[in-house]
Design a protein around this ligand. Structure first.
Ligand code: NAG
Length: 418
């Protein structure tokens, strides 16, 4: 009976879209075998170590195993190779799940897609990549999804701000790049951003520029209003703004030798009319604002192959993490949007609810345990009521407080790779 069920489920998972190509798929379902597929860079000697685990809470103890960053304040650099391909004329889908179960303060959660000629053993922050995609969190200000494309050796960041998830659950990130130079970013199988490469990145120079030959004519009058030349200042307008206070009197004991000449204090003049200004009239010579004429930018050449990357061959994780604990899993690089969505449903989609349930249950347990502990502490203190003990307790609390969560300083992240 059990054998029959197992065979059926194998057939079911094979029967997916036929003409879709999957270039790379990694779910870490075969124990330590991933170590033969992933290579840690030797560029530095102290890169952080990766651990295979489903983490503190999960939907499925086996299926949710992924690679977790395991040491705080480290750089991580590791990559995996696949059969090189070009995305010419086809969609390119890059997808993976990330789980920051450690309450991340500062650290990357993105992947880099490299050309096949990358020397994996020498990979580092400045190794040239094709695409960088995924969430990046640092403090309160940086919580975004990077989408960076390399074009002729230069990296270009997306101009739009895409917010990433910053909770402790697993999330699915998908980048779709189409041959018509449109793109889409999805989080948890829902579109969060889309557009075109030309509009949302400054990859190509501007199509038009201000004509360097054109100059505003000397006699161009762009004043819509002018002073009315027939308007004149009325007689007797000149009244001082302040006058000596007529009610002020020299004090009786004023001594000219000692105090100097007495002068009354000044007060605002009630007759003061303000500065005179002529009436404004429409300028008969007004020509409107001068618009700098534009010409085609000689530097611009249309390029319909910005999206195209030849010889894509390596997926890398090149990150800095202050607080470790991020789990990467369910990597997929392919050419079929629907299949990626389905794979997302089968992985993240089936995991998310039981994972959340387990997390909530753990938090409830912890809360209860804390309450119990506080209660028993209080009972002991009440029972014994001993002065020495109370002193001990308050000392303990002082020692504890600086390491409380959320109070650590957040070091600035090294941004050298951008
Ligand atoms: C993925 O799951 C969503 C929500 O259940 C569903 O609407 C969608 O059709 C699924 N996609 C695929 C390709 O199976």
């Amino acid at each position: 009976m059990r054998v029959a069920v197992a065979i059926f489920s194998v057939f079911a998972s094979v029967a997916v879209t036929i003409d879709a190509t999957v270039y790379f798929k990694e779910q870490f379902q075969d124990g330590d075998a991933w170590k033969s597929r992933w290579l840690v860079s030797k560029h530095k000697t102290d890169y952080g170590e990766w651990k295979l685990t489903a983490g503190k809470f999960y939907g499925d103890a086996e299926a949710d195993k992924g690679l977790q960053t395991s040491q705080d304040a480290r750089f991580y650099a590791m990559s995996s190779r696949f059969e090189p391909f070009s995305n010419e004329g086809k969609p390119l889908v890059v997808q993976f799940t990330v789980k920051h179960e450690q309450k991340i303060d500062c650290g990357g959660g993105y992947v880099k897609i490299f050309p096949a000629n990358l020397d994996q053993a020498a990979m580092h922050g400045d190794s040239q990549y094709y695409i960088m995609f995924g969430p990046d969190i640092c403090g309160y200000s940086t919580k975004k999804v990077h989408v960076i494309f390399n074009y002729k050796g230069k990296n270009h960041l997306i101009k739009k701000e895409i917010k990433c998830k910053d909770d402790e659950l697993t999330h699915l990130y998908t980048l779709i790049l189409n041959p018509d130079q449109t793109y889409e970013v999805k989080i948890n199988n829902e579109k969060v951003e889309s557009g075109t490469l030309e509009d949302d990145w400054d990859i190509l120079p501007a199509k038009t520029i201000k004509d360097p030959e054109a100059k505003k004519p000397e006699d161009w009058d762009d004043r819509p209003k002018i002073d009315d030349p027939t308007d004149t200042k009325p007689e007797g307008w000149e009244k001082p703004e302040n006058i000596p206070d007529p009610d002020a009197k020299k004090p009786d004991d004023w001594d000219v030798d000692m105090d100097g000449e007495w002068e009354p204090p000044v007060i605002p003049n009630p007759e003061y009319q303000g500065e005179w200004k002529p009436k404004q009239i429409d300028n008969p010579d007004y020509k409107g604002t001068w618009v700098h004429p534009e010409i085609d930018n000689p530097e611009y050449t249309a390029d319909t192959s910005i999206y195209k990357f030849d010889n894509i061959g390596v997926l890398g994780l090149d990150l800095w993490q202050v607080k470790s604990g991020t789990i990467f899993d369910n990597f997929l690089i392919g050419d079929d949007v629907k299949e990626a969505e389905e794979f997302g449903n089968e992985t993240w989609g089936t995991t998310k609810e039981p994972e959340k349930k387990m997390k909530d249950a753990q938090e409830e347990e912890e809360r209860k345990a804390r309450e119990e502990e506080e209660k028993s502490k209080k009972d002991t203190a009440d029972d014994e009521g001993d002065e020495d003990e109370e002193e001990d307790e308050s000392k303990e609390e002082e020692e504890d407080s600086p390491t409380e969560e959320g109070e650590e300083e957040i070091p600035m992240k090294d941004k050298d790779e951008l």
